[in-house]
Every structure is written in C-alpha cells, then in structure tokens.
Design a protein. Structure first.
Length: 398
C-alpha cells in the first residue's frame, strides 16, 4: 500500500474554528474567527461595481482562450498604479513587472518560489505574530525563516524597538516580509516616521523587502495605506509586493492576486519577467481570467472606479464604527480599557484575551475567536456587539 501510513493532518486553526461554529447549537452564537468582510446583515456582499463589471464582461467577452502567463498587460499596469500612483517613477520608468497570481496567497508563494529558484536569498524574516500561512509558504518554497518581534502585549502596540534590534541580526541579502497595512493578526501598523526608519534600515543593511499588501483601502484609504510601500520604494531600488483584490473588491472566491517585482531599471525588469514566467508556468501554467477581468474593468472605467472607491469607503467606515462601538460597550459593561482597539487598523484586532478566556467564550457564550485572541472586527454588527461585549466583560472580570 502507498497511502496507508499517512495520518490525518490537524485541522486548520481558523477553518476548524468555523466547522466547530457551524455545529454549535447555541441560539446566539457569534463567529469572529472568519477572515472575510461582512456587512451589517452578516453577509459577505458582492459589490455593485463588481456586478456592473460582470455585466460588461458577459456582453463583450468573445473567447475563453488562455490569458498570457503573467496575466493581461492592463491588469499589471493598473495594479502598479494602484500600489504606487499613476505618476510614480516606478510606474513611468517601466522598472516594475506584475503577474496575476491566484490570490494574495498565490502571489506570496510564487514570489517565494522565484526567490528560491533564482537563488536570490535563502532566509526570510517574518513578524511574530503574523498570518500563520506565511511560515508554511516560505518553507514549502524551500526557504528558511527567522522571526522578529512585532507585538507588545503590555502596551497592545508595536514592539518597534525590539523589532529593529532583532532585525539587526539579519545578514546582507536576507528577505524581510512586511505587512503594508492592517497587519494580520494584530491590526497594528507602523507610523510614517517608523516606516521611514524601516526603509532607511533596509537600505543600510541591504535587505530585500517582500511586502504583503492584502488590505489596501481597508486601513485609512487607498493612497494612505500605500504610504509604507512608497516610502520603502524611495530607499530600496528592488522589492517584491504581493497584493490582493480579495478584500478591497470582495473577490474572495475569484482568487485575484498580483505579484509585483520592482527592479533596478527597465532592462532588469524585462529579464526578471522572463524568469518569473517560468516560475508561473511550472506552478499554475497561467492565471484564471474572470476575476482579473473584473478588476481590469472596474479600475479601468472612470465611473466604475468611482463607485468602487465609494463602496470601499463604506466598508472601511463600517469596520471603524464597529471598533468604536465595541470599545464603548466594553467600557459600559465594566470590562476595562479596550481603547487600543480603536487605534488598530483593518479587519482584525488583537483583543488581549488569553486562551482560557477565548475557550470560556466559546463554551459558555457560543462566541468563536482564534486562540491568539484575534477577532475579526468586520464580523461585528450593531445587533451582536452588545451580547459580545457583555460576554467579554464577564470572562475578563471572572
């Protein structure tokens, strides 16, 4: 027998939590472990601009032929403009290339594969904590990883000094993986001044930035959320950026991501693209079309782009409103000072709850939270925020 010795893998910590939630019979159960945006009705919506774009595609599409290996040229161009701004030197000089990947995860994996295959580096420094899949992605691509501290439990803020001290141990040529905004899972982002220090440090140490840009527009705005990336680009001539349209366009199941590689000049970019195509060809052959065409249609049409920005603003503001409301309710019910939640960005928050409190919330109140205490703020609604805050207050005061 070939497979008889293979054992079942442990459940994914987040997907397993969702499975447990579905089986729970608690009448007022709440799932805050999900990694998707939900509206006030608890639904992950299809944006109106996406529906409009799909109608355009349905009416005008004439073929289902393969896309180019790196995706449509206009997709890459629009992605680079979104990251850097249409007039940015990186965009106008042609020294960056982009390929469409299956989601932000695919972009991270293809980027890691490229780094390994081309002997760019052997070690990637990853924040602790981070999105758990980061470690597996770089390891399965053949790279090693080291951790740098990121979260200060005492202050519920960024452990910036310890982060920089630890990264001093990195060797020239190592890769540093950074979250551009809305850090997952903490929701804590560097300030502009800290981004400038990080950029200067990366340039001085000759480290390669690899930026996970999964939440552009979910923090403070499209351009505001790109400030860290743009600051690093002003100091470092080369970098990789894995971006995603899953969140900001709600295209979760369409798997639309992009890997952008910034090079020294246009000639180097052309060489990089030729090798990047081989990496893509041997992993996914070429990308899926529908989601990419939605992105290209929305970003390439003035009216649809304006509609998208309006809908994105509404999602961002709803998340911000839930942060404030949760903080107020927690104070009202005597849970203590949770004001740090309002200082975090994006869909996620490190609540400060420990594993025992998280387990009690699940068993006694039907509230599901990742064991680290990370909650998805986008899953909080005006209807469930009060019972949520009461339950948290009860376990905190126990």
């Amino acid at each position: 027998m070939f497979f008889d010795r293979i054992e079942a893998a442990p459940a994914d910590p987040i997907l397993g939590l969702t499975d447990a939630f579905k089986k729970d019979t608690h009448p007022n159960k709440i799932n805050l472990g999900a990694g998707v945006y939900k509206n006030e009705a608890g639904v992950t919506p299809i944006l109106n601009c996406v529906k409009s774009a799909e109608k355009v595609i349905l009416d005008t599409e004439t073929s289902k032929a393969y896309l180019p290996i790196n995706g449509l040229p206009e997709f890459g161009a629009l992605t680079r403009e979104l990251i850097f701004g249409a007039d940015h030197e990186i965009v106008t000089s042609g020294r960056a290339v982009t390929c469409h990947c299956p989601g932000g995860t695919g972009a991270l994996r293809i980027g890691s594969d490229f780094i390994h295959q081309q002997n760019v580096a052997t070690t990637v420094w990853i924040s602790d904590p981070t999105w758990a899949n980061h470690y597996s992605i770089v390891t399965n691509a053949g790279l090693k990883f080291e951790r740098y501290p990121y979260y200060d439990r005492a202050t519920h803020g960024l452990a910036f000094d310890r982060m920089m001290e630890t990264l001093e141990q990195a060797n020239e040529g190592d890769v540093v993986l950074l979250h551009a905004c809305c850090h997952n899972p903490t929701g804590i982002d560097p300030t502009i001044e800290q981004w400038e220090q990080i950029a200067d440090f990366l340039a001085r140490k000759k480290l390669l930035p690899f930026i996970d840009f999964a939440y552009q527009g979910f923090g403070h705005g499209i351009d505001e959320d790109a400030q860290g990336v743009r600051i690093i680009a002003s100091r470092c001539r080369e970098m990789l950026i894995a971006s995603s349209y899953s969140k900001n366009l709600g295209l979760y199941n369409e798997r639309v991501g992009a890997l952008t590689i910034v090079c020294e000049d246009a000639a180097a970019a052309e060489k990089i693209l030729s090798q990047l195509k081989i990496t893509v060809r041997t992993s996914i052959s070429n990308p899926p079309a529908h989601g990419e065409k939605i992105v290209t249609t929305v970003l390439g049409d003035k009216d649809l782009r304006a509609q998208w920005e309006s809908e994105l603003t509404a999602m961002r503001e709803r998340i911000r409103e839930m942060r404030v409301l949760l903080t107020e309710k927690l104070a009202e019910f005597g849970a203590g000072d949770f004001s740090f939640i309002t200082e975090q960005n994006g869909m996620f928050s490190f609540s400060g709850l420990n594993k025992e409190q998280v387990e009690t919330l699940k068993k006694e109140h039907g509230i599901y939270i990742v064991g680290s205490g990370r909650i998805c703020v986008a899953c909080i609604t005006k209807e469930n925020v009060e019972p949520l805050a009461r339950a948290i207050a009860a376990v905190v005061k126990a």
